[in-house]
Design a protein around this ligand. Structure first.
Ligand code: 4HQ
Length: 251
């Protein structure tokens, strides 16, 4: 997959492709990242990329033309069709389902705004989709674009090693991940739950599933719909509730 990023700080995006899973995806030829600076497409001695907002108010707004020229240069660099995405708090929330959809595309073109944002006419004419990485305000779209690049890169076939398999991650099945433990078995901070040392893979799988369910219910009630649970999941939740009601029966 090829990702092009329009940004006043293209080096920032390039740095995403250096470390860890993303770096490995680039090394393995699964991902290529290309930065485009609208300043290189700006006119005049000052190479302006922004101007004051009509109607007044604080801050600056990014100009249409340097961005449009950078977008067109990025599009022309590869013949395959490309989806243009603007990162902003006004966008639809980025979810793991959306990440899967984006990861299946051959090309993405990510548009990063600075200042107060981008002239709305450029967004209306050139952007296919507006995405937000969360309900908070960044000083630019670069970190949001880096989030998209990272989340999409690790889903490319062959990017993760076997040990890093994505299927168990939080959100892949709509629930939060279960807790994880490693050596030592006993530590002054506590011991590892017995079930994980039991060697009974059925019990371990059920315990992990139960932990995922309970954590999601408690920490993310917005994601949790008890009425949509399978019979098996409902049973795990009922068992957990019974244990809460009578915590001493095991010892
Ligand atoms: N910004 N999710 C404002 C964000 C953001 C977000 C990017 C700040 C766009 C103009 N982007 N600029 N949250 O806060 O994606």
């Amino acid at each position: 997959m090829r990702i092009d990023v329009i940004s006043l700080f293209p080096d920032f995006i390039a740095q995403c492709a250096v470390f860890g899973v993303t770096g490995r995806a680039v090394e393995r030829g699964l991902l290529s990242l290309h930065g485009w600076n609208p300043r290189d497409h700006a006119q005049g001695n000052y190479r302006r990329v922004d101007d004051r907002p009509f109607g007044g108010g604080p801050g600056m707004v990014m100009l249409i033309d340097p961005l449009r020229s950078a977008l067109n240069a990025a599009r022309a660099a590869d013949p395959r069709p490309v989806r243009t995405i603007y990162l902003s708090p006004q966008g639809a929330p980025l979810t793991q389902a959306k990440v899967h959809e984006l990861a299946g595309r051959e090309r993405l073109l990510l548009l990063c705004g600075r200042y107060e944002g981008i002239d709305e006419r450029l967004i209306a004419a050139e952007v296919d989709e507006e995405l937000s990485i969360g309900d908070y305000v960044l000083s630019g779209g670069e970190l949001a674009a880096a989030v998209v690049v990272d989340a999409v890169a690790r889903l490319q076939e062959g990017a993760l090693n076997d040990a890093e398999s994505a299927v168990q991650d939080s959100f892949e099945d709509g629930f939060l991940d279960c807790p994880h433990y490693t050596r030592p078995v006993s530590h002054e901070l506590g011991s590892v739950p017995d079930v994980l040392m039991s060697g009974n893979h059925g019990d371990i799988a059920r315990w992990r599933r139960q932990q995922s369910l309970v954590r999601t219910m408690r920490r993310r009630p917005d994601l949790f719909d008890e009425s949509a649970l399978s019979k098996a999941d409902r049973k795990l939740l009922e068992q957990w509730r019974a244990e809460q009601a009578e915590p001493d029966t095991a010892s």
